[in-house]
Ligand binder design. Structure first.
Ligand SMILES: [Zn+2]
Length: 457
């Protein structure tokens, strides 16, 4: 147990000893706009209740935990972590004199969403993202409380550390250090000067990124012995490895390398396969045996990308092996859904309707995109349920970052990373889910984004 949590529990105990609770009257609760309406900020009845400035906070309303119990009515945050959960009657008496209470109204709170594979900060020049602070603002506005930056070289790592030191990382960032680039150039073992792990509350140097093949899986950049030795060396030094692997030819070599490094042991570092666009049945069975994590991109924009003739054709024109989302889930793999920003944004443009967690849910349900407004017949058997994608944005996305004890679900002791949405994103049609509004993004108990200044100024 951490010192921070012990302190939280001590504060909780103090709060239990009869200090009068400060409760926002429910008459002041702001209701969100319906999903089809405009910005939640438009509501003239919005509450004047102020967002807590103290560390202690109680949320009351519908709170999805992605744990047991699946939902709770109230949750207490102390010092940036969840201190207690339960019914309103159980939690409200725990309020101390400085504890603020936020009523969710018709909104729904989820464990903070985790974008396990993206390039929001590092590749921002490719989508006109402005400053690092600007793009972090776009990240939290979309409801992401954590992002994996999947290609970080020395220059980018220095920038992330600078942002962290300046307190500018209002989303958590997990950096994956680059061992090779998308053209296959090797960058050497520069990572060995570092130790994997936490830099601060908001920044981890978590793993290593390898580009094993090109975007179509037609060019393989590594020799079998070379990748086996590289993976083995990194594994022994305690680094999680995330390997960009598209085609079946590459996947065999990558699975051999992971298999060799694990030597029959469990995949405790959660080595990952990124994209996994083309997978045979035999390879899928091996992925299950090895316990690898697979990272996919089910949002509509990604479907466009995966379905271009270029990709399907170049990968050998075997649609049955392409984009096996449902097979991954059904096989019991840990699946993370991620947006790979900005590389799957249409025309590399960040618009308000891309890069949001619930786009992954809607896209997984209907597989539609700009170039395929109707779901392609051969993809029909790979569509997934909203609950499956929700898990791949929370619990399994946290697993993909090898930090599932702290993130991806809500329970006493976890980070108080919470995304509040205007609706239940597991109900309704895909386009209704796409019309969801992010109400607030809370990281370590603090609001990093707030849609409605009346709700949390
Ligand atoms: Zn990527």
């Amino acid at each position: 147990m951490s010192r921070r949590l012990l302190l939280g529990i001590a504060l909780l105990a103090a709060a239990c000893q009869g200090a009068p609770p400060t409760i926002v009257p429910s008459a002041d609760i702001p209701a969100s706009s319906p999903a089809t309406g405009g910005s939640p900020a438009a509501s003239p009845e919005a509450s004047r209740a102020s967002w807590p400035t103290s560390d202690d906070l109680i949320l009351v309303g519908r709170i999805v935990t992605m744990a047991d119990p699946a939902e709770v009515e109230a949750l207490l945050i102390v010092e940036g972590r969840v201190a207690a959960m339960g019914s309103r009657a159980e939690i409200e008496p725990l309020a101390g004199p400085d504890t603020k209470v936020v009523e969710l109204g018709s909104n729904v709170a989820y464990p903070g969403f985790i974008d396990a594979h993206a390039h929001w900060i590092g590749d921002r020049e490719h989508y006109g993202g402005g400053s690092a602070q600007d793009v972090i603002g776009e990240v939290v506005r979309r409801g992401w409380t954590s992002i994996g930056e999947l290609w970080v070289d020395e220059e980018r790592l220095a920038e992330l550390e600078g942002l962290d030191a300046a307190g500018e990382l209002t989303t958590r960032v997990d950096a994956y250090l680059a061992l090779s680039d998308p053209e296959g150039r090797k960058l050497g073992d520069w990572y060995s000067a570092r130790t994997p792990g936490r830099v601060s509350e908001h920044l981890r140097v978590q793993g290593l990124k390898i580009h094993f093949d090109n975007g179509w899986g037609t060019r393989v950049f590594w020799e079998p012995d070379e990748i086996a030795a590289t993976v083995d060396r990194a594994h022994r030094a305690g680094w999680q490895i995330a390997i960009h692997t598209y085609g079946t030819r590459s996947l065999d070599m990558v699975l051999d390398a992971i298999d060799g490094a694990l030597e029959g042991g469990p995949n405790t570092l959660h080595h990952r396969i990124e994209h996994a666009l083309q997978v045979t049945d035999e390879q899928l069975a091996r992925m299950v045996d090895l316990g690898v994590v697979v990272v996919i991109h089910p949002d509509a924009a990604a479907s466009d990308w995966a379905l271009y003739d270029d990709f399907v054709g170049r990968l050998g024109d075997q649609p049955a092996l392409i984009m096996r989302w449902r097979d991954f889930f059904d096989a019991g793999l840990h699946v993370a859904s991620a947006d790979d920003a900005p590389w799957v944004f249409p025309d590399l443009k960040l618009t308000d309707d891309v890069g949001r967690p619930y786009d992954q849910i809607a896209g997984g349900m209907d597989g539609r995109g700009r170039v395929n407004p109707e779901t392609p017949p051969w993809a029909l058997d790979q569509l997934v349920t909203p609950d499956q994608v929700l898990a791949s944005l929370t619990t399994d996305a946290a697993y993909a970052l090898n930090d599932e004890a702290n993130r991806g679900h809500l329970a006493p002791g976890t980070y108080a990373d919470i995304t509040i949405l205007s609706r239940d994103v597991t109900l309704g049609k895909p386009d209704e889910i796409r019309a969801t509004q992010v109400i607030a993004t809370i990281v370590a108990g603090q609001a990093s984004f707030c849609a409605d200044p009346g709700f949390c100024p």
